[in-house]
Ligand binder design. Sequence first.
Ligand SMILES: [Zn+2]
Ligand SMILES: [Zn+2]
Length: 334
Amino acid sequence: MNDIDSFLTSAGRVIYTFPVRAFPGLVANIYVIGDGDSKVLIDCGSGMDKSNQDLLDGLEALSEKYGQPFHLSDMDAVFITHGHIDHFGGLPFVRQYSDAPIAVHSLDRRVLSHYEERVLVASRLLDTFLQRAGVPSESRQNLMSMYLFAKGVYRSTEVDFLLGEGKLRPDGIGIHHVPGHCPGQVCLLIDDVLITADHVLSFTTPHQAPESITNNMGLGHFLASLDKIAALDGVSLALGGHEDPMPDFKGRIEEIKQVHEDRLAQVLEICKEPKTTAEVSQELFGQVSSYHILLALEEAGAHVEYLYQHGELVATNLEQIENEPAPVIQYRRC
Ligand SMILES: [Zn+2]
Ligand SMILES: [Zn+2]
């Protein structure tokens, strides 16, 4: 993979980029912000062997093409845009070459620094979600082992400082906290270029999961964060954590909002009769396989949860909910 590129910001900083194969079938974008004096690495891939190799190769290719050192040992800081493994999983590998300080938003700090605890707690909440969603016990076990397998490559890595809302320095990188896709998701504004990470992507509608699994995720937070970022002035280019650059990022935000509006309307239509979240997922996304089953259930769950929070869906099987220790919830349109 040698698809390197660079973008010049309005104030003369350069944002370099190249892709890494984070997982088979998932390419992630790495960025390096260079302002002449310092270099900041933005995200570092999944930590899988292929991803690590692509990271080294990409930095080597930048060094050759731009005639300055871009090795891991040349980085002055490492910023992680959010606590998903395809973005931070390479941190233990980066640490072998570099002692640059690592930064992330506080709401995703534990994921990086106390990973084993976080996976254990999140997996229990995920299991509860799947149970209440009406996923039968055998496929629930399959989904849980898939979830835990994908998480098995990372070792906890200390976070050195936090990316809070605002600017790091007066002339520095602007940090915009945009919870939803992930609790600590941030967008980074470098002059007139916005690194949106997984908050806005050029083709894919960023994945949503219910906030019953993790606080500060969920569709309500995500939609509010889209509005927050759409209100930024003077952005001439947006760069996502995957896929292509977005010259018209406000137009792209409108498209993403429309997908969710349509999906919410679909869920209301499906729930004319009482339905479980698993049934809603099946009707929305049809037959899907392997990890996509889990993604579909989370996506459906996020939409059901949003409508329930806003009083448009109501739980109908009250007797079961009252009497069973682990009831499956049936939702109906109000
Ligand atoms: Zn993500
Ligand atoms: Zn991602």
